[in-house]
Design a protein around this ligand. Structure first.
Ligand SMILES: C=CC1=C(C)c2cc3[nH]c(cc4nc(cc5[nH]c(cc1n2)c(C)c5CCC(=O)O)C(CCC(=O)O)=C4C)c(C)c3C=C
Ligand code: FE2
Length: 438
């Protein structure tokens, strides 16, 4: 399968011809539309750097910016397509995650109106235009900055909106896992939004717009801000690091591999409702890292906890210079004859081969929200995993990790959410139309 619309389903229809797609780090699809100035810069940058990887969210070092927000700001992710944006697109530098609860008495019609208003706003904001219904001028001088708006439906939405018979089976509650310390006030919710952008103001602005458009219909339940590497921070596009310092995301399913779409997206037929075809399920976990304990561990022991080298992300046992994409050999032995990748190493316990082929597309973001009362960092990973069936993806893997993963000693799962993501908004239509009118 190639990195085309069939595998990514991100259709640039209606957004002009300047679409650049390439497989970026960690298998995400780099697909952004640049304004005239940005497109010119891309060509110029590619011509000037021999052997450089085509990278369509341009490096800040280009600087020759014109138009809204400069080159980084002009990069634009198509909002419409077979699948929603923000799934196969590479993680942006900033994310706002939030969930909303429907107000009392808001039924199907109220939900439809809300989704229509959100779609209209997302159409405009992702194109770098202010929202027509409400705008507070916070993002006025910025371009779209690769803004994506991704919407999901929690299990509780379906009863409230009179859609109980349309609730998909994959929204059955996740089981409780050993060690869970979940705060329901920071998870779950009727409606979920993931807003990514390469600029913090653009992301916050988009969330504020959606929140204002929801006034009287749905109230914010929780909100979490996250971040990832800013494009251009590294000399070459590489898979990002998390707050434990590990390269995180290497062994994700890749859009150019066979069966990618079947792992990540729901297909028509089977036990999935027709409205979810082209959609996906998202598992969210707010996972705090016990960084004081982690950082007290020598690097070689940290590496054995994960099963990969910190420097370059290569699997333990791989020769020097092998790189993060080097194949994982779970049978490799060290000089002393023991397993190079220990029995409780995270990548061994989480591997699809150890979990009946369970697969998911991880697209997490770091968070750092200051200190807890005991002085330890309130920091970790906003874990986001997209899959076609959480019962065959996240749940079996997390069950295994919670019992036998060396990494779990350094983690606390503090919030959780499970959402069904409808397919992309149909041409001229709105997000969730297949659910409400199908
Ligand atoms: C239930 C699923 C998973 C949770 C929860 C999870 C948390 C978590 N992971 C890291 C760091 C890394 N994970 C890596 C690989 C990896 N993780 C999962 C699943 C969960 N991780 C899978 C399926 C895999 C791939 C396994 C494989 O096939 O090799 C890695 C290695 C690099 C990579 O492939 O991404 C790191 C590093 C943290 C810090 C964390 C919770 C905070
Ligand atoms: Fe992991």
């Amino acid at each position: 399968m190639s990195t085309d619309h069939a595998s990514t389903g991100r259709n640039p229809a209606g957004h002009g011809p300047a679409d650049h797609a390439s497989a970026g780090p960690a298998g995400f699809t780099r697909r952004a539309l640049l304004g005239t100035a940005g497109a010119g810069l891309l060509v110029g940058a590619g011509a000037g750097v021999a052997g450089a990887v085509a990278y369509d969210r341009p490096d800040r070092s280009g600087r020759a910016a014109a138009g809204p927000g400069g080159a980084l700001g002009a990069a634009r992710m198509p909002f419409r397509g077979e699948h929603q944006a923000g799934i196969t697109d590479p993680p942006q530098a900033r994310v706002q995650l939030a969930a909303f609860d429907l107000a009392e008495g808001v039924g199907r019609d109220g939900l439809r109106t809300l989704l229509q208003r959100w779609t209209k706003a997302a159409d405009r904001l992702t194109a770098g235009e202010p929202s027509e219904e409400f705008d507070n001028q916070v993002a006025l001088d910025a371009g779209p900055c690769s803004l994506t708006v991704t919407v999901g439906f929690g299990a509780t939405l379906f009863d409230k909106a009179g859609l109980a018979d349309r609730r998909p089976p994959g929204l059955a509650p996740l089981p409780a896992f050993p060690g869970d310390a979940l705060d329901p006030a920071r998870g779950d919710g009727d409606l979920f939004v993931q807003i990514g952008a390469d600029d913090a103001l653009v992301a916050v602005h988009a969330l504020r717009v959606l929140q204002r458009l929801a006034a009287g219909t749905a109230a914010l339940r929780w909100q979490s801000a996250g971040f990832a590497r800013t494009p251009g921070a590294a000399a070459q596009p590489v898979t990002g690091r998390n707050l434990m310092g590990q390269i995180d995301g290497t062994n994700n399913p890749r859009p150019d591999e066979d069966g990618f779409a079947a792992k990540v997206f729901c297909a028509a037929g089977g036990d999935q409702p027709a409205w979810l075809a082209g959609g996906s399920y998202l598992v969210f976990r707010r996972i705090r890292m016990l960084l004081d304990n982690w950082e007290a561990l020598p690097v070689d022991r940290q590496e054995r906890v994960i099963g990969r080298r910190k420097s370059d992300g290569a699997p333990l046992g791989a020769p020097a210079g092998a790189g993060e994409r080097s194949p994982v050999d779970l049978t490799a032995q060290g000089p002393d004859g023991t397993l190079a990748i220990p029995a409780d190493a995270h990548i061994r316990v989480a591997a699809p081969a150890a979990n009946g082929g369970a697969a998911m597309l991880r697209r997490g973001f770091s968070y750092h929200d200051g200190l807890l009362p005991d002085g330890s960092p309130d920091a970790g990973l906003l874990f986001l995993a997209f899959q076609n069936d959480p019962g065959k993806g996240f749940t079996p893997v997390q069950r295994k990790l919670s019992r036998g993963d060396g990494l779990s000693r350094f983690l606390r799962h503090e919030a959780s959410g499970l959402y069904a993501l409808p397919p992309g908004a149909p041409p001229g239509g709105y997000l969730g139309q297949q659910l409400l009118e199908g």
